[in-house]
Write a protein that binds this ligand. Sequence first.
Ligand code: MRU
Length: 352
Amino acid sequence: MSDTLLRPIRWLGGAEEGQIWMLDQRRLPLEAKELLIADHRGVADAIRDMAIRGAPAIGLAAAMGVVLGVREALGKPEGIWDEEVKAVLERLRSTRVTAVNLEWALRRMESAYRQHRGQSRTALLQNLLSEALAIQEEDTAANRTMGELGADLLKPGSRVLTHCNAGALATSAYGTALGVIRCGHARGLVSRVFVDETRPYLQGARLTAWELQRDGILVTLITDSMAGYFMKQGSIDCVIVGSDRIARNGDVANKIGTYSLAVLAKAHQIPFYVAAPTSTIDLETPTGDQIPIEQRSPREVTHIGSTVIAPEGIEVSHPAFDVTPAALVSAIITERGIAMPPGVDTIRSLME
Ligand code: MRU
């Protein structure tokens, strides 16, 4: 696989002394600042503060963070290793609540720790690093496969609307929704991508617009409230978004504003597709009603950057995600196949 792919996070060096490199997504597109992180607290901060974001990328960052955390724990008396590792997992787990890829990656790393715990320090750390790198490689491969499968759903000349950033920056590389768009574009099927700015954090304007422009894909940036206008005009052929958690019945949690788009798409008979790896499917959560929704700081609503845009003292609500019922989703594209229509049976058959 080409290494010219945009990758937001990498492990540099060996298991014993290596560090995590990541692109600081808070600065894009104005500045491509790089971060080097050598301890798991720094990883937890980077996830919580959005230096790295997007469900699969959060999971991968946490997996690499476990390598750093276990490395630190192994410097302490053996009797407290398990307790220390538990605290590392808990610190990383508590950073963001909606994306299930975080829990999925931590469970994989915890089971690798248990499996290799009796080995030498070097072997244990090497095995943990191998597990984190396997998560990275599997995610990139899944995105490529989703791209191919999802592009089969696109008609020539497609004008696609997307929301938030489900691109390379949100994953190990290539992207989920943007992976489908990239593959569709490479096949000559995508003529233009409408990108919602995605208030309040502006992942669409800052990140998706930047990624697609870099790839030479035609982009029209719109504010979230313009989506219905363009659908009514007949300017949108389909919507493709990513997801942070998909419940057992096919309900989809994704960036706030996704539900409104799905309702609009239904009203205009426009297909609404979700692209997500199976690591985003949470069979333990029966429906979208049980998906925890992260509430973020009011400051992200009352400010744009450092500029205040609302009266001081105003009451603010800021749910960072919403849930789109499965009935509004035309298909869920995964690396194992497409659930169409999404529901308990089609989801279960993908996961068997
Ligand atoms: O708050 P963010 O930026 O982490 O939210 C990201 C999204 O909602 C993405 O659409 C989702 O994580 C899928 S990323 C492939």
